[in-house]
Write a protein that binds this ligand. Structure first.
Ligand code: ZN
Length: 496
């Protein structure tokens, strides 16, 4: 494509340039605004159908310059197949959720920096966080599309519709082009089974939805009771308490996953999609025998899945390192990884995986490549780090507001920060502000209050949101650099 055509600076985002038979494609950024540029030769003229923008005749063909709009994003995914999310299978993978929708370029650079070896998921958001950030599945998809296109990542991507709870959630994300569907039956998990005595476990088991499970209690007992299953180094023995506890705790969850999985298969028709099962957001840890039981029952019900997120021992709090005994975690992960190899193979999925730097070597060692790392809010924290660098006053204001909101907003998260332990906004000088993001309490406080920060309104509309986006769009390189450095630390332990 000729440089400087129609007065456009086509060298502004050189990695975006792509060629397909009949056309050249690129992105430019002018005054912070992305524009799609397509030069179609005579034989590729039809490629412009469905794209919106201004067209002019140039010597090389027809030139279209258009907005980074939903319509153009959809057309790009149609014409450039590397932008279309696809199943990633059992390759080592990482999901990099992006609450603001501007992080993908930095994520791509981090995946590149570690030299491939990680299959990336750039579009990833839970229904809960779409609600909190006021974004729709298609907006999440489109933001990732533009970022992938801008950075010229052509090695393929997945897209994760995370923590889906109902068939309606599945349909909305399917329509938007997601390829990985994370089914979260957390509401169906009965964590009280962990401490229940045998008589109440019997009562809980009797009350399971046996028809949905296509099973009877008698048949269940026959399959498991008194049996020992050998899985690599493990001997998993089902005495009555172990069996009934697994069934009482996870029976309804298994039925729910089967129902959601069948719905997904039906709705997807011939499209290739994959499924993850996540029980990470439950009160109590998933015992290896329980994991084994869940996997056996899902297999019996004909569900296939690519990854599973148990609730591991210890605390995976948001945006901070693991809290707990690393040796105990390693024993736990070794058991879960062995079960995942035996019963699948499928990947172990590490949810709340942001900033778990002490866990990565353990997960890499035990999962032996069969692992999916999932991070979400940490990219927002890197956005705030970028803000702290370019507009200390705005960062200080956001931080002060987050401290006020924390006690309310923490309710649905696993966090333990105390406002009284976090530095006072006025006590930190401008040069040290970014360091607030490295203090445990402040980090969690900023992490869980993102929804309130984005939604807060002042007399003239949104109080922070507009300015936050304006700054990040004005400093895309600073944001991408912060993200690249931060994610390289996440991904490096999993390659080679
Ligand atoms: Zn999760």
């Amino acid at each position: 494509m000729p440089v400087g055509i129609a007065g456009l600076d086509l060298d502004s985002l050189p990695r975006s340039r792509a060629s397909t038979p009949g056309a050249e494609w690129a992105l430019t950024r002018q005054a912070g605004v992305l524009r799609l540029v397509v030069l179609a030769r005579a034989e590729g003229r039809h490629l412009l159908d469905g794209l919106e923008g201004e067209t002019t005749s140039e010597t090389g063909g027809t030139l279209l310059v258009g907005p980074a709009s939903p319509r153009n994003a959809a057309a790009l995914r149609r014409h450039l197949d590397w932008l279309r999310p696809r199943p990633l299978g059992t390759r080592t993978s990482a999901g990099m959720g992006d609450r603001l929708g501007l992080a993908t370029p930095g994520h791509v650079r981090a995946v590149r920096a570690v030299g491939g070896g990680i299959a990336p998921v750039f579009a990833q958001q839970s229904i809960r966080e779409m609600a909190r950030t006021g974004r729709t599945p298609i907006e999440v998809m489109d933001d990732a599309t533009w970022g992938i296109f801008e950075e010229g990542w052509k090695e393929g991507v997945g897209a994760d519709a995370d923590h889906l709870k109902s068939p309606v959630d599945v349909d909305g994300c399917l329509a938007a082009g997601f390829s990985l569907f994370t089914i979260d039956p957390g509401e169906q998990v009965d964590s009280s089974a962990d401490t229940a005595d045998t008589s109440s476990l019997r009562a809980k088991t009797a009350a399971l939805p046996w028809a949905d499970l296509e099973d009877t209690e008698t048949a269940l007992r026959k399959r498991f009771l008194g049996r020992t299953f050998t899985v690599e180094h493990l001997r998993i023995r089902f005495d009555e308490a172990t069996l009934l506890r697994a069934a009482a705790k996870y029976g309804r969850a298994v039925a729910h996953v089967a129902k959601m999985g069948r719905h997904l298969c039906r709705s997807a028709g011939g499209r290739a999609v994959e499924l993850e099962v996540s029980v990470d957001e439950t009160e109590t840890a998933t015992a290896p025998a329980e994991h084994y039981w869940v996997a056996s029952e899902l297999v019996r019900l004909g569900v296939s899945w690519v990854s599973l997120a148990p609730r591991f021992v210890g605390r995976f709090e948001k945006g901070v390192d693991y809290i707990g005994d690393l040796a105990a975690l390693e024993t736990d992960m070794a058991a879960h990884a062995a079960i995942a190899r035996e019963m699948g193979p499928y990947k172990l999925s590490l949810h709340s995986g942001s900033d778990k730097f002490s866990v990565y070597p353990i997960a890499a060692r035990q999962a032996r490549g069969l692992v999916h790392l999932k991070t979400a809010g940490t990219s927002y924290l890197e956005a705030l780090r970028t803000v702290a660098g370019v507009d200390p006053a705005l960062f200080r204001e956001i931080y002060a507001f987050a401290r006020e909101r924390y006690e309310t907003d923490r309710a649905s998260y696993h966090v333990s920060a105390g406002v009284d332990r976090a530095p006072l906004p006025a006590a930190v000088g401008d040069a040290a502000l970014a360091g607030v993001l490295d203090q445990f309490d402040a980090r969690e406080i900023l992490h869980v209050t993102f929804g309130s920060v984005l939604k807060e309104t002042g007399p003239d509309g949104p109080r922070f949101k507009g300015e936050l986006y304006r700054l990040l769009r004005a400093h895309p390189e600073a944001y991408a650099r912060n993200l690249e450095a931060h994610f390289e630390r996440h991904l490096r332990p999993f390659v080679g």
